[in-house]
Write a protein of this length. Structure first.
Length: 202
């Protein structure tokens, strides 16, 4: 359960570039998820990821965008209010790698980096699933490094690591919403110029 002191701020952020197209919808979705007071935000994220996969496989473009927003909203809520099921909250206000949250420059930088490294729209759903999995793994790691489960190594700056995974997941949400996934959506080939008709003899 979230408390009144852990609410998402009412004022929408003022993002720039690629994230700007999606920020308002994802922001509103995060607030809607929080209003439902879920026992686990991670569970919401994973459920919506499954519905997103179904939309991709069925070629449902509107469903893809809707459920991508839901995944993004849950991810954003983790960044801003934490995970109630784990009693985890960010150790400091989220900074998006040292930048003010309302600028979102770290997300745009991650989108640009990912597009430069992987310019095609192949396997984007799998890439988002991978980022969500890494986020879950980081949240379940022990921030103090004194866990008996040594299969998940802890890191001294736990919040920064979680924040980094959240930014990468949000970047993949944007890419999937904008580009689809060419594994499931067939892109139309570019139109070929037609040759002018041959002049008829007289």
């Amino acid at each position: 359960m979230t408390t009144s002191t852990d609410t998402v701020p009412a004022q929408d952020p003022t993002p720039t570039r690629g994230w700007a197209v999606h920020a308002s919808r994802v922001w509103i979705t995060a607030r809607n998820i929080q209003a439902q007071q879920p026992l686990s935000v991670l569970t919401v994220m994973l459920e919506e990821l499954g519905r997103l996969a179904t939309a991709c496989r069925s070629g449902d473009r509107m469903g893809l965008v809707f459920h991508a927003d839901r995944v993004g909203g849950a991810v954003l809520l983790l960044l801003l209010a934490g995970e109630p099921a784990l009693a985890w909250k960010p150790a400091r206000p989220p900074s998006c790698h040292g930048k003010p949250l309302d600028q979102w420059t770290a997300i745009d930088e991650e989108i640009a980096r990912a597009r430069a490294k992987f310019p095609t729209g192949e396997h984007l759903l799998l890439a988002l699933a991978e980022e969500c999995g890494e986020l879950v793994r980081e949240l379940l790691s022990d921030p103090d490094g004194d866990s008996d489960d040594f299969s998940i190594p802890a890191h001294p700056d736990h919040t920064e690591r979680v924040e980094r995974e959240i930014i990468q997941a949000l970047a993949m949400v944007v890419r999937l919403s904008e580009e689809g996934d060419s594994d499931h959506f067939q892109r139309k080939p570019p139109a070929q110029p037609t040759a002018p008709p041959e002049p008829s003899g007289t």
